[in-house]
Design a protein. Structure first.
Length: 424
Protein backbone atom coordinates (compact mmCIF):
# COMPACT_ATOMS: atom_id res chain seq x y z
CA UNK A 1 0.00 0.00 0.00
CA UNK A 2 2.93 2.37 0.59
CA UNK A 3 2.85 5.60 2.58
CA UNK A 4 2.99 9.38 2.37
CA UNK A 5 5.70 11.24 4.28
CA UNK A 6 4.59 14.80 5.03
CA UNK A 7 6.27 17.76 6.72
CA UNK A 8 4.85 21.15 7.59
CA UNK A 9 4.50 23.17 4.41
CA UNK A 10 4.74 26.92 3.93
CA UNK A 11 2.65 28.96 1.47
CA UNK A 12 1.81 27.11 -1.74
CA UNK A 13 2.41 28.69 -5.12
CA UNK A 14 1.87 27.61 -8.70
CA UNK A 15 -0.57 25.91 -11.05
CA UNK A 16 -2.03 22.42 -10.91
CA UNK A 17 -4.13 20.78 -13.61
CA UNK A 18 -7.24 18.67 -13.04
CA UNK A 19 -7.79 15.35 -14.74
CA UNK A 20 -11.11 13.70 -15.48
CA UNK A 21 -13.50 12.82 -12.68
CA UNK A 22 -13.22 9.36 -11.15
CA UNK A 23 -16.93 9.36 -10.33
CA UNK A 24 -17.73 9.96 -13.99
CA UNK A 25 -15.06 7.91 -15.74
CA UNK A 26 -16.12 4.66 -14.08
CA UNK A 27 -19.74 5.07 -15.22
CA UNK A 28 -18.68 6.11 -18.72
CA UNK A 29 -16.61 2.95 -18.98
CA UNK A 30 -19.62 0.88 -17.93
CA UNK A 31 -21.76 2.65 -20.54
CA UNK A 32 -19.47 1.31 -23.26
CA UNK A 33 -21.05 -2.10 -22.61
CA UNK A 34 -24.20 -0.80 -24.31
CA UNK A 35 -22.83 -0.69 -27.87
CA UNK A 36 -20.66 -3.00 -29.92
CA UNK A 37 -17.52 -1.43 -31.39
CA UNK A 38 -14.70 0.95 -30.51
CA UNK A 39 -15.24 3.69 -27.91
CA UNK A 40 -12.80 6.51 -27.05
CA UNK A 41 -12.78 8.24 -23.65
CA UNK A 42 -10.42 11.20 -23.23
CA UNK A 43 -9.15 12.61 -19.95
CA UNK A 44 -9.61 9.37 -18.00
CA UNK A 45 -7.34 9.62 -14.92
CA UNK A 46 -4.56 7.10 -14.26
CA UNK A 47 -5.94 5.79 -10.98
CA UNK A 48 -6.45 2.40 -9.39
CA UNK A 49 -10.25 2.46 -9.65
CA UNK A 50 -10.03 2.91 -13.42
CA UNK A 51 -7.73 -0.11 -13.60
CA UNK A 52 -10.18 -2.14 -11.53
CA UNK A 53 -13.10 -1.16 -13.77
CA UNK A 54 -11.00 -1.99 -16.83
CA UNK A 55 -10.42 -5.46 -15.39
CA UNK A 56 -14.16 -5.85 -14.70
CA UNK A 57 -14.90 -5.02 -18.33
CA UNK A 58 -12.13 -7.29 -19.61
CA UNK A 59 -13.72 -10.17 -17.69
CA UNK A 60 -16.84 -9.54 -19.79
CA UNK A 61 -14.91 -9.64 -23.06
CA UNK A 62 -14.21 -5.94 -23.60
CA UNK A 63 -10.74 -4.99 -24.83
CA UNK A 64 -9.43 -2.02 -22.83
CA UNK A 65 -6.14 -0.27 -23.53
CA UNK A 66 -4.67 3.18 -23.15
CA UNK A 67 -3.15 5.23 -25.96
CA UNK A 68 0.26 6.87 -25.38
CA UNK A 69 0.26 9.95 -23.16
CA UNK A 70 0.12 13.37 -24.78
CA UNK A 71 3.21 15.62 -25.08
CA UNK A 72 1.97 17.68 -22.11
CA UNK A 73 1.76 14.57 -19.93
CA UNK A 74 -2.02 14.25 -20.19
CA UNK A 75 -3.08 10.61 -19.90
CA UNK A 76 -3.64 8.95 -23.23
CA UNK A 77 -7.16 8.19 -24.41
CA UNK A 78 -8.82 5.07 -23.03
CA UNK A 79 -9.79 2.83 -25.94
CA UNK A 80 -12.54 0.27 -25.34
CA UNK A 81 -13.60 -2.30 -27.92
CA UNK A 82 -16.89 -3.94 -26.98
CA UNK A 83 -17.66 -7.29 -28.62
CA UNK A 84 -20.95 -8.41 -30.13
CA UNK A 85 -21.34 -11.06 -27.41
CA UNK A 86 -20.53 -10.19 -23.81
CA UNK A 87 -19.93 -12.43 -20.80
CA UNK A 88 -22.62 -10.93 -18.50
CA UNK A 89 -20.84 -11.55 -15.21
CA UNK A 90 -18.83 -9.33 -12.88
CA UNK A 91 -16.76 -11.63 -10.64
CA UNK A 92 -16.30 -11.29 -6.91
CA UNK A 93 -12.52 -10.89 -6.93
CA UNK A 94 -12.92 -7.64 -8.91
CA UNK A 95 -16.23 -6.20 -7.72
CA UNK A 96 -15.36 -6.59 -4.03
CA UNK A 97 -12.56 -4.09 -4.55
CA UNK A 98 -14.86 -1.26 -5.69
CA UNK A 99 -18.50 -0.44 -4.93
CA UNK A 100 -18.97 1.46 -8.18
CA UNK A 101 -18.82 -1.85 -10.06
CA UNK A 102 -22.56 -2.23 -9.41
CA UNK A 103 -23.16 0.17 -12.32
CA UNK A 104 -22.51 -2.65 -14.79
CA UNK A 105 -25.85 -4.18 -13.72
CA UNK A 106 -28.07 -1.81 -15.71
CA UNK A 107 -26.16 -1.94 -19.00
CA UNK A 108 -25.75 -5.74 -18.84
CA UNK A 109 -29.48 -6.26 -18.31
CA UNK A 110 -30.28 -3.83 -21.13
CA UNK A 111 -27.81 -5.27 -23.62
CA UNK A 112 -27.68 -8.99 -22.69
CA UNK A 113 -30.97 -9.60 -20.94
CA UNK A 114 -29.16 -11.08 -17.95
CA UNK A 115 -26.45 -10.25 -15.46
CA UNK A 116 -24.61 -11.94 -12.62
CA UNK A 117 -22.88 -9.39 -10.44
CA UNK A 118 -21.08 -9.90 -7.14
CA UNK A 119 -22.23 -7.82 -4.20
CA UNK A 120 -20.07 -4.68 -4.20
CA UNK A 121 -17.17 -3.83 -1.87
CA UNK A 122 -14.89 -0.77 -1.80
CA UNK A 123 -14.31 1.91 0.84
CA UNK A 124 -15.24 0.91 4.38
CA UNK A 125 -17.36 3.80 5.65
CA UNK A 126 -20.79 2.32 6.24
CA UNK A 127 -23.52 0.40 4.49
CA UNK A 128 -24.56 1.43 1.00
CA UNK A 129 -27.22 -1.17 0.10
CA UNK A 130 -28.16 -1.95 -3.50
CA UNK A 131 -31.87 -2.37 -2.73
CA UNK A 132 -32.85 0.74 -4.71
CA UNK A 133 -31.04 -0.55 -7.80
CA UNK A 134 -32.95 -3.83 -7.66
CA UNK A 135 -36.31 -2.26 -6.79
CA UNK A 136 -36.41 0.05 -9.78
CA UNK A 137 -34.83 -2.35 -12.26
CA UNK A 138 -37.57 -4.77 -11.18
CA UNK A 139 -40.13 -2.06 -11.98
CA UNK A 140 -38.66 -2.06 -15.51
CA UNK A 141 -39.29 -5.80 -15.86
CA UNK A 142 -36.15 -7.44 -14.46
CA UNK A 143 -36.26 -10.21 -11.86
CA UNK A 144 -33.52 -10.98 -9.36
CA UNK A 145 -32.23 -13.76 -7.15
CA UNK A 146 -29.52 -13.23 -4.56
CA UNK A 147 -27.41 -16.19 -3.49
CA UNK A 148 -23.79 -17.02 -2.62
CA UNK A 149 -22.78 -13.36 -2.67
CA UNK A 150 -24.07 -12.70 -6.18
CA UNK A 151 -27.08 -10.91 -7.65
CA UNK A 152 -28.50 -12.81 -10.65
CA UNK A 153 -30.77 -10.68 -12.84
CA UNK A 154 -32.89 -11.67 -15.84
CA UNK A 155 -35.07 -9.78 -18.28
CA UNK A 156 -38.10 -11.33 -20.01
CA UNK A 157 -38.29 -11.80 -23.77
CA UNK A 158 -38.82 -8.37 -25.29
CA UNK A 159 -36.43 -6.62 -22.93
CA UNK A 160 -36.80 -3.99 -20.26
CA UNK A 161 -39.85 -1.72 -20.31
CA UNK A 162 -39.95 1.98 -19.52
CA UNK A 163 -41.31 2.94 -16.12
CA UNK A 164 -41.89 5.91 -13.83
CA UNK A 165 -39.29 5.89 -11.08
CA UNK A 166 -39.53 8.00 -7.93
CA UNK A 167 -36.31 7.74 -5.97
CA UNK A 168 -36.62 7.92 -2.20
CA UNK A 169 -33.15 9.48 -2.17
CA UNK A 170 -31.37 11.10 -5.16
CA UNK A 171 -28.66 8.44 -5.37
CA UNK A 172 -25.98 9.19 -7.94
CA UNK A 173 -25.21 5.52 -8.64
CA UNK A 174 -28.86 4.45 -8.83
CA UNK A 175 -29.59 7.28 -11.26
CA UNK A 176 -26.63 6.19 -13.41
CA UNK A 177 -27.72 2.54 -13.42
CA UNK A 178 -31.29 3.41 -14.36
CA UNK A 179 -30.13 5.79 -17.11
CA UNK A 180 -28.05 3.05 -18.71
CA UNK A 181 -30.83 0.49 -18.40
CA UNK A 182 -33.50 2.82 -19.77
CA UNK A 183 -31.74 3.88 -22.97
CA UNK A 184 -32.42 0.45 -24.53
CA UNK A 185 -35.79 -0.18 -22.81
CA UNK A 186 -39.08 -0.14 -24.69
CA UNK A 187 -41.04 3.06 -24.17
CA UNK A 188 -40.32 6.02 -21.91
CA UNK A 189 -38.69 5.98 -18.49
CA UNK A 190 -39.11 8.93 -16.15
CA UNK A 191 -36.80 9.33 -13.14
CA UNK A 192 -38.12 11.67 -10.44
CA UNK A 193 -35.88 12.97 -7.66
CA UNK A 194 -32.92 12.01 -9.83
CA UNK A 195 -29.37 12.83 -8.78
CA UNK A 196 -28.24 16.17 -10.20
CA UNK A 197 -24.45 15.85 -10.07
CA UNK A 198 -22.36 17.07 -13.02
CA UNK A 199 -21.17 13.48 -13.45
CA UNK A 200 -24.76 12.36 -14.15
CA UNK A 201 -24.99 14.99 -16.87
CA UNK A 202 -21.63 13.79 -18.21
CA UNK A 203 -22.91 10.22 -18.48
CA UNK A 204 -26.04 11.42 -20.24
CA UNK A 205 -23.93 13.42 -22.70
CA UNK A 206 -22.02 10.27 -23.65
CA UNK A 207 -25.23 8.26 -24.00
CA UNK A 208 -26.77 10.94 -26.23
CA UNK A 209 -23.61 10.91 -28.38
CA UNK A 210 -24.18 7.14 -28.67
CA UNK A 211 -27.72 7.73 -29.94
CA UNK A 212 -29.79 7.77 -26.76
CA UNK A 213 -32.73 10.12 -26.26
CA UNK A 214 -32.47 11.81 -22.87
CA UNK A 215 -33.97 15.05 -21.56
CA UNK A 216 -33.39 16.71 -18.20
CA UNK A 217 -30.09 15.16 -17.10
CA UNK A 218 -28.61 17.36 -14.40
CA UNK A 219 -32.08 18.13 -13.02
CA UNK A 220 -34.30 16.16 -10.65
CA UNK A 221 -36.59 15.10 -13.54
CA UNK A 222 -35.07 12.97 -16.31
CA UNK A 223 -36.95 11.46 -19.25
CA UNK A 224 -35.46 8.70 -21.39
CA UNK A 225 -37.05 7.39 -24.57
CA UNK A 226 -35.65 3.95 -25.33
CA UNK A 227 -34.02 3.21 -28.68
CA UNK A 228 -33.36 -0.08 -30.45
CA UNK A 229 -29.57 0.17 -30.46
CA UNK A 230 -26.65 2.48 -29.70
CA UNK A 231 -23.37 3.09 -31.48
CA UNK A 232 -19.86 3.87 -30.11
CA UNK A 233 -18.83 7.47 -29.45
CA UNK A 234 -15.89 9.69 -28.53
CA UNK A 235 -16.20 11.63 -25.27
CA UNK A 236 -14.09 13.70 -22.84
CA UNK A 237 -14.59 13.14 -19.11
CA UNK A 238 -15.73 16.11 -17.03
CA UNK A 239 -13.00 17.49 -14.66
CA UNK A 240 -12.82 16.04 -11.14
CA UNK A 241 -14.43 18.46 -8.70
CA UNK A 242 -13.34 16.43 -5.64
CA UNK A 243 -9.68 16.58 -6.67
CA UNK A 244 -10.20 20.31 -7.24
CA UNK A 245 -11.57 20.58 -3.70
CA UNK A 246 -8.45 18.81 -2.41
CA UNK A 247 -6.12 21.42 -3.89
CA UNK A 248 -8.36 24.27 -2.67
CA UNK A 249 -8.34 22.78 0.84
CA UNK A 250 -4.55 22.41 0.66
CA UNK A 251 -4.01 26.11 0.00
CA UNK A 252 -6.47 26.88 2.81
CA UNK A 253 -4.38 24.85 5.23
CA UNK A 254 -0.91 25.89 4.05
CA UNK A 255 -1.70 29.38 2.76
CA UNK A 256 -0.48 30.87 -0.50
CA UNK A 257 -1.94 31.36 -3.96
CA UNK A 258 -2.57 28.68 -6.58
CA UNK A 259 -4.45 28.21 -9.84
CA UNK A 260 -6.41 25.02 -10.47
CA UNK A 261 -6.89 24.70 -14.21
CA UNK A 262 -9.94 22.78 -15.33
CA UNK A 263 -11.87 23.54 -12.13
CA UNK A 264 -15.46 24.64 -12.80
CA UNK A 265 -17.02 26.98 -10.25
CA UNK A 266 -20.54 26.06 -11.36
CA UNK A 267 -19.94 22.48 -10.22
CA UNK A 268 -18.90 23.52 -6.68
CA UNK A 269 -21.15 26.43 -5.69
CA UNK A 270 -21.84 25.40 -2.10
CA UNK A 271 -18.26 24.25 -1.46
CA UNK A 272 -16.83 27.53 -2.75
CA UNK A 273 -19.25 29.45 -0.51
CA UNK A 274 -18.03 27.50 2.53
CA UNK A 275 -14.39 27.97 1.60
CA UNK A 276 -15.01 31.69 1.20
CA UNK A 277 -16.53 31.86 4.69
CA UNK A 278 -13.43 30.10 6.02
CA UNK A 279 -11.12 32.69 4.48
CA UNK A 280 -10.10 31.15 1.16
CA UNK A 281 -10.57 33.73 -1.58
CA UNK A 282 -11.53 32.04 -4.84
CA UNK A 283 -11.66 33.88 -8.15
CA UNK A 284 -12.58 32.51 -11.59
CA UNK A 285 -9.75 32.88 -14.09
CA UNK A 286 -9.44 31.77 -17.69
CA UNK A 287 -9.58 28.00 -17.72
CA UNK A 288 -9.97 27.47 -13.98
CA UNK A 289 -9.99 28.95 -10.49
CA UNK A 290 -7.46 30.98 -8.50
CA UNK A 291 -7.39 30.38 -4.74
CA UNK A 292 -5.66 32.60 -2.18
CA UNK A 293 -5.40 32.10 1.59
CA UNK A 294 -3.67 34.38 4.07
CA UNK A 295 -3.65 34.00 7.83
CA UNK A 296 -5.63 31.56 9.95
CA UNK A 297 -8.86 30.03 8.68
CA UNK A 298 -12.26 30.70 10.32
CA UNK A 299 -14.49 27.88 11.56
CA UNK A 300 -17.88 27.24 9.95
CA UNK A 301 -20.66 24.70 10.36
CA UNK A 302 -20.97 22.09 7.59
CA UNK A 303 -23.73 19.62 6.68
CA UNK A 304 -23.42 17.12 3.85
CA UNK A 305 -26.40 17.04 1.50
CA UNK A 306 -27.20 15.71 -1.98
CA UNK A 307 -25.92 17.84 -4.86
CA UNK A 308 -25.85 20.85 -5.09
CA UNK A 309 -25.17 20.67 -1.35
CA UNK A 310 -21.79 19.93 0.20
CA UNK A 311 -20.77 16.47 -1.05
CA UNK A 312 -19.83 13.80 1.48
CA UNK A 313 -16.53 13.38 -0.42
CA UNK A 314 -15.62 16.98 0.48
CA UNK A 315 -16.22 16.50 4.19
CA UNK A 316 -12.90 14.92 5.30
CA UNK A 317 -11.04 17.72 3.51
CA UNK A 318 -13.14 20.36 5.26
CA UNK A 319 -12.70 18.65 8.63
CA UNK A 320 -8.93 18.76 8.10
CA UNK A 321 -9.23 22.51 7.50
CA UNK A 322 -11.38 22.98 10.62
CA UNK A 323 -8.76 21.30 12.82
CA UNK A 324 -6.51 24.35 12.46
CA UNK A 325 -9.20 27.03 12.03
CA UNK A 326 -10.06 29.72 14.57
CA UNK A 327 -13.20 28.75 16.47
CA UNK A 328 -15.54 25.76 16.65
CA UNK A 329 -17.27 24.10 13.71
CA UNK A 330 -20.08 21.53 13.82
CA UNK A 331 -20.03 18.96 11.01
CA UNK A 332 -23.13 16.86 10.26
CA UNK A 333 -22.98 13.77 8.04
CA UNK A 334 -26.42 13.23 6.49
CA UNK A 335 -25.57 10.75 3.74
CA UNK A 336 -23.46 7.82 4.99
CA UNK A 337 -23.09 6.24 8.40
CA UNK A 338 -19.60 5.48 9.66
CA UNK A 339 -17.86 8.24 7.75
CA UNK A 340 -16.14 9.74 10.80
CA UNK A 341 -13.80 6.77 11.20
CA UNK A 342 -10.76 8.86 10.24
CA UNK A 343 -11.35 11.25 13.17
CA UNK A 344 -9.29 9.08 15.52
CA UNK A 345 -6.38 9.46 13.10
CA UNK A 346 -6.72 13.26 13.11
CA UNK A 347 -6.75 13.16 16.91
CA UNK A 348 -3.38 11.41 16.76
CA UNK A 349 -2.12 14.57 15.06
CA UNK A 350 -3.45 16.69 17.94
CA UNK A 351 -6.86 17.63 16.51
CA UNK A 352 -9.59 18.49 19.02
CA UNK A 353 -12.64 16.63 17.66
CA UNK A 354 -15.61 15.14 19.49
CA UNK A 355 -18.10 12.94 17.65
CA UNK A 356 -21.62 11.87 18.51
CA UNK A 357 -23.66 9.90 16.00
CA UNK A 358 -23.79 11.80 12.72
CA UNK A 359 -22.16 14.93 14.16
CA UNK A 360 -18.64 16.09 14.92
CA UNK A 361 -17.61 19.14 16.90
CA UNK A 362 -14.23 20.41 15.70
CA UNK A 363 -12.43 22.94 17.91
CA UNK A 364 -9.55 24.44 15.98
CA UNK A 365 -6.04 24.36 17.43
CA UNK A 366 -3.10 26.63 16.49
CA UNK A 367 -1.17 23.74 14.98
CA UNK A 368 -0.93 19.96 14.76
CA UNK A 369 2.02 17.67 15.45
CA UNK A 370 3.36 14.85 13.35
CA UNK A 371 2.56 11.19 13.96
CA UNK A 372 1.98 7.96 12.08
CA UNK A 373 -1.65 7.66 10.96
CA UNK A 374 -3.60 5.30 8.69
CA UNK A 375 -5.71 6.14 5.67
CA UNK A 376 -9.08 4.46 6.30
CA UNK A 377 -10.50 5.28 2.87
CA UNK A 378 -9.79 7.34 -0.24
CA UNK A 379 -10.86 10.83 0.85
CA UNK A 380 -9.83 10.34 4.48
CA UNK A 381 -6.35 9.48 3.25
CA UNK A 382 -6.14 12.70 1.25
CA UNK A 383 -7.39 14.67 4.25
CA UNK A 384 -4.67 13.19 6.47
CA UNK A 385 -2.03 14.22 3.95
CA UNK A 386 -3.38 17.79 4.06
CA UNK A 387 -3.47 17.75 7.85
CA UNK A 388 0.18 16.67 7.85
CA UNK A 389 0.98 19.87 5.97
CA UNK A 390 -0.10 21.79 9.10
CA UNK A 391 1.78 19.56 11.57
CA UNK A 392 5.15 20.13 13.20
CA UNK A 393 7.59 17.31 12.59
CA UNK A 394 6.98 14.32 10.35
CA UNK A 395 3.61 12.80 9.53
CA UNK A 396 3.45 9.35 7.93
CA UNK A 397 0.16 8.32 6.32
CA UNK A 398 0.11 4.55 5.85
CA UNK A 399 -2.21 2.46 3.62
CA UNK A 400 -1.60 5.06 0.93
CA UNK A 401 -3.02 2.75 -1.72
CA UNK A 402 -6.49 3.96 -0.75
CA UNK A 403 -5.52 7.41 -2.03
CA UNK A 404 -4.23 5.97 -5.31
CA UNK A 405 -7.78 4.82 -6.02
CA UNK A 406 -8.80 8.39 -6.78
CA UNK A 407 -5.67 10.52 -7.25
CA UNK A 408 -3.04 10.33 -9.97
CA UNK A 409 0.10 11.20 -7.97
CA UNK A 410 -1.34 13.39 -5.20
CA UNK A 411 2.12 13.77 -3.66
CA UNK A 412 3.63 14.95 -6.93
CA UNK A 413 0.85 17.48 -7.51
CA UNK A 414 1.17 18.95 -4.00
CA UNK A 415 4.99 18.96 -4.20
CA UNK A 416 4.69 20.87 -7.47
CA UNK A 417 2.93 23.60 -5.50
CA UNK A 418 5.68 23.68 -2.88
CA UNK A 419 4.35 21.23 -0.29
CA UNK A 420 6.77 18.88 1.47
CA UNK A 421 5.01 15.61 0.54
CA UNK A 422 6.63 12.39 -0.69
CA UNK A 423 5.02 9.08 -1.70
CA UNK A 424 7.08 6.00 -0.99
Amino acid sequence: MGEFVVHRSGPLQGTVHLGGAKNSALKLMAACLLAEGGHVLSGVPRIIDVEIMADVLRAMGVTVRRAPDGPDGEPGDLLLDTPAVLVPEAPYELVERMRASIVVLGPLLARCGEARVSMPGGDDFGERPIDMHLTWLTAMGASFETAHGYVQGRVPVGGLVGSRVVLEYPSHTVTDNLLMAAVLARGVTVIENAAREPEVRDLADLLVAMGARIEGAGTSHIEIEGVAALTPAVHRVVPDRVVAATYLAAVGIAGGEIIVTGARAEHMDMLLAKLGQMGVEITPVEGGLQATAKGRLHSVDIATLPYPGVATDYKPLLVAMLTVADGVGIVSENLFSGRFRYVDELRRLGADIRTEGHHAVVRGVPGLFGATVRATDLRAGAALVLAGMAAEGETIVTDAGHVDRGYDDLAGALAGLGADVVRR
